[in-house]
Structure formats: structure tokens, C-alpha cells
Design a protein around this ligand. Sequence first.
Ligand code: IPD
Ligand code: CA
Ligand code: CA
Length: 268
Amino acid sequence: MNQTRNEMDRFAKELIKRAGQTIIKSFDDVLNIETKSNANDLVTNMDKQIERFFVKEIQDKYPDHKILGEEGFGDQVKSLDGTVWIIDPIDGTMNFVHQQRNFAISIGVYEEGEGILGYIYDVVHDELYWASKGEGAYLNDKKLSPLKEVKLEESILALNATWVAPHERIPFEAFTPLVRKARGTRSYGSAALELAYIATGGIDGYMTMRLAPWDVAGGKVIIEEVGGKMTDLSNNPLNLIDSSPVFAGNASLHDEIYTEYLSKYFKS
Ligand code: IPD
Ligand code: CA
Ligand code: CA
């Protein structure tokens, strides 16, 4: 890692660990819970506090970097020119509120549109998934292996049950045969953790209809370092400025699923 990236990496990890400790300490406090776009879209005082912490620390150290944060304390980011930190202070807020587990801090650092550093921190388990472009991906200090080929019938897919039930706007028929043929399905309720599990090979494919840049920015860097593939559901490159559907997975399985199951419904 060159010196600048090395310093950013050390700085990011230190902030992430400090934020994690703050979250753990808050577990005994009463949360202030509000809703955003709908009754199930939750935000708490901790989501806001943690994002404000990252924004302040990053602005102090790197005043010329831009910050795209879910809770809006960063900048109005309209392009990925320059260096942009894309931050989800708590991914899986519903789990955070209901379970105090199965949530993560997710950060991606992009330079001129290219992901150079990615972090997903499972706070409760003290598990930091991270990667530096071109230098591999890690879970804490352990290097992750490149993903091996897997067939659909031996795979575990992560997808939300909503996508398989009859739906006005979603071609749920695209997903039914996949669910039948896969070895199993899972849904963890944190996009970032689902992407981290793709990177470890614990799940093989993840499909969802709508994620924001902060849900995927860290995971994309990590997944690509182990040879995984991440696109939208139409097999087009992901757009990290707006929300879009997301299809991440083991590269061989991604090809199989897109070609044989999704291409009929999601044209590229
Ligand atoms: C949500 C989680 C969830 C996904 C939602 C996201 P949040 O993020 O990642 O798994 O299905 O689309 O919005 O709101 O908890 O940061
Ligand atoms: Ca999120
Ligand atoms: Ca969030």
C-alpha cells in the first residue's frame, strides 16, 4: 500500500473501532427512534451521532475529501470526482433496534470513481471485513481466499422473502425458480453484512431491488478483491451516486443466474 493509502487505512480503522465502542456503550441507553421514508425505515440518535463523528473526524484530517453519508451530515455529493468517503453509520438499523446485533458500520473510499478502500464492521462480533484495491481482502488479520466456483444447486442465496411473493411492480416469477433450485436461502437484514458474507463464501449470491450507495460502497471493494462480481440486476455496472437494484455474488454463479434466470426479466 502506498503511504497515503496506508495512512487513510489506519485512520479509517481507528475511527471505525472508536465508533464501534460508542455503539456498544449505548446498548443500555434508551434509543430515540424515528421513521424516515415509511414506518419501517428507522433512524436512531445513534445513526446520527455516529455519522456526525465520522464526518467531523474526516473533515478535520482530510478537508479536501468529500463525504456521502446516509444521514446527510456530509456533503451534497453529485459525482465521484476526487476522493469520496461513502458512509453508512449503521447498516441494519432495524436489527440494531430490535436485536442489538446483525448490523454493521459500512464505509467505502473512492478515488475518481474507483473503490480503493472498503470496510464492513460487525460491531457486536468485533469482525472487521476490509480490503484495499489490488491488495486482497481480510477478515480482521486473516486474508480471505479467492472465491471458488459454485453451482446454483450447491449455493446459498440471500434475498428477502418480499421478492418471491406476488408483487405489483417486481417480477417475482424471476426469483421463484432460483429459490427452488438453490441449496438454501437466507436474509440477514443488513446489506453490508450480506455483502461481507459473499466475500467469505458463506453465502454465494445476494439480490435486492433497491440499495443506496452507502449500503454497497464498502462491500463492492471487498467483494471484488476476492474475485466476486457486483452489478445491478440487469448485469450493468453499479451506480454509486443513486439507488439501484443490486446483484452480488461469486462470479461463476452470477453469470449462471443472470444468463439462465434473470436476463428474461431484467434486460441489460
Ligand atoms: C437497510 C439494510 C437492509 C436493506 C435496506 C437498507 P439501513 O439499511 O441494509 O438490509 O434491505 O434496503 O436500507 O437503513 O438499515 O441502513
Ligand atoms: Ca444501509
Ligand atoms: Ca443506515
